[in-house]
Design a protein around this ligand. Structure first.
Ligand SMILES: Cc1cc2nc3c(=O)[nH]c(=O)nc-3n(C[C@H](O)[C@H](O)[C@H](O)COP(=O)(O)OP(=O)(O)OC[C@H]3O[C@@H](n4cnc5c(N)ncnc54)[C@H](O)[C@@H]3O)c2cc1C
Length: 479
């Protein structure tokens, strides 16, 4: 049952009725609305991986929690080196085809570890509840959206010191549950998921204890409202233009909790402020190991598209400056991917069983590829040429009166038809000169935490004192 097909997933959306708005209007049937087409397509493709002979072996894993085969990227609790390696390989592959691999298993795994810490430190019984939740989603093939990032208001102030915090907060404690109020921002794909899992996004103090809250909740629970931001591509289907963003990627959402009741069995943290920092700490390790592989996949896509554009333009990749630029993109991908794989070797097993990679290596790898994304975009503009920002649109190309002019003016290599060149340049435009470009930048720079947080992790964990001592020894300075 857990290995749903894409169509099973679409059917499941008909059974839920969340309160969702897009471009100011309430959405009646998500599964029929054109602005959710790419998101549903994207998520369906994720479900289909488990049935694709090419990817099945890596995409499916046996879960000891539910005793079933489940989709690895979406719902697996990662407990071995092999789990992290297979996830990284698959993540790079899928991200090179459709930007986002939907790696929600990272979020489930870091939450699993944090909840284990709560029970160990506080003698609570949240961990079995979370395991039950995992069992449920694995058995039913249900998808989670990740509600971590609070609005945070003035960044210098903790939530309890904000004049009017909208960070998610416990506002009432009842016999059979809690009531929460507030917002989670950037909940990717949330209107097309089944549940939102909320967790804290930063270290908290005792004064902030009401903000220390974690739970899972079906997205159509009364009081939950989502304001969706359309995915970057056109909402109508196209043949040539935006070849990637017209088919894939998805909506973002601002998820509002307006006095939402959370029953006791769905609560995984309730006031344990001293454990809140563990979540972003684990996230900064496991998710960034994935993110190295994900960004490597994006660099692969940029490199492949740049090489294709060089070919349709007639130059090919033998021209040295083109070859060098593409080689730089490849090396950038391999460096980040190497860090993703290498960080696994020197990781550690958390008492919950979750395996965490070496966070210094994972953060260094991510920092390296993050700082190259601007160069990849610029190389693609450079190699493809100015047309990716100026060429006529698909509608012009399809107008018989205009087509003959476009056909002759846009001719390139004799090995390709003008239409083929037009298609290649449209892919380059989608990647480097469109709303999708902004989304890719957002994914690279901010998703998984802002770049400075890479340095924070490295500074905190790297043993610099040992290095200073060695330097002192060499320089004959007393330690
Ligand atoms: C495409 C995309 C998808 C995402 N998906 C999800 C998702 O599914 N779920 C989810 O929960 N989140 C998601 N996020 C959110 C993402 O994790 C955050 O955007 C990221 O952590 C940065 O937080 P912020 O946007 O609040 O920016 P800020 O934290 O406000 O950062 C802005 C700048 O301020 C600096 N800064 C902030 N606070 C301080 C401080 N106290 N001292 C010094 N400098 C500071 C930062 O270093 C940065 O330079 C997504 C983001 C993107 C772009």
């Amino acid at each position: 049952m857990a290995l749903l097909r894409g169509n099973d997933y679409i059917e499941s959306l008909k059974r839920i009725n969340p309160e969702v708005y897009i471009r100011g209007k309430k959405v009646e049937k998500i599964y029929e609305h054109p602005m959710f087409r790419q998101t549903i397509n994207h998520i369906s493709a994720g479900y289909e991986l488990a049935h694709d002979p090419l990817y099945k072996e890596q995409a499916v894993v046996f879960s000891e929690i539910s005793n079933e085969e489940i989709p690895r990227l979406q719902m697996h609790i990662q407990k071995t080196k092999d789990d992290l390696i297979k996830k990284a390989i698959l993540t790079r592959e899928i991200s090179s085809q459709r930007i986002c691999s939907g790696c929600m298993s990272n979020m489930l795994s870091v939450t699993y570890a944090m909840i284990h810490d709560i029970d160990s430190m506080h003698g609570t019984d949240y961990f079995p509840r979370f395991e039950n939740f995992i069992k449920r989603i694995q058995k039913n093939g249900e998808l989670i959206a990740w509600g971590m990032m609070d609005p945070k208001g003035d960044r210098k102030l903790p939530p309890s010191k904000q004049p009017e915090s909208t960070d998610l907060k416990i506002v009432a404690r009842k016999k059979d549950g809690i009531v929460v109020n507030g917002v989670k921002l950037h909940t990717t794909f949330a209107p097309c998921a089944h549940h939102v899992v909320a967790v804290p996004c930063r270290a908290l103090s005792e004064d902030d204890k009401d903000f220390a809250v974690s739970f899972a909740v079906p997205i159509d629970t009364p009081g939950i409202k989502m304001i969706a931001r359309p995915s970057p591509g056109p909402s109508h289907e196209v043949s040539i233009e935006s070849p990637l963003s017209s088919k894939f990627l998805g909506v973002e959402a601002m998820t509002i909790f307006d006095n939402v009741f959370i029953p006791e069995e769905n609560i995984f943290m309730c006031g344990q402020w001293d454990i809140a920092a563990n979540l972003p700490f684990y996230f900064a390790s496991l998710h960034r190991q994935s993110k190295c592989a994900c960004s490597a996949g994006h660099a692969d896509l940029f490199a492949g598209t740049a090489a294709l554009c060089a070919e349709v333009n007639g130059l090919g990749t033998e021209v040295s400056h083109i070859r060098n630029k593409i080689t730089d993109m490849i090396m950038s991908a391999e460096t980040a991917f190497g860090c993703s794989l290498g960080s696994v070797e020197t990781g550690f097993t958390h008492p919950s069983g979750v395996y965490f990679p070496n966070a210094v290596i994972a953060n260094s790898g991510l920092n390296s590829i993050r700082s190259s994304i601007g160069t990849h975009i610029s190389h693609l503009h450079d190699i493809a040429g100015g047309l990716i920002a100026t060429m006529p649109t698909e509608a012009d190309y399809n107008n018989p009166k205009l087509k003959k002019y476009i056909e002759s003016a846009l001719k390139g290599s004799s090995k390709y038809t003008t239409e083929e060149r037009f298609r290649a340049l449209n892919l380059a435009q989608d990647l480097a000169a469109s709303r999708l470009t902004g989304t890719i930048l957002g994914f690279t720079i901010n998703a998984a935490g802002s770049p400075e947080t890479n340095r924070v992790v490295v500074n905190r964990l790297y043993d610099l004192k040992k290095r200073v001592d060695i330097s002192k020894q060499i320089a004959s300075i007393e330690i």
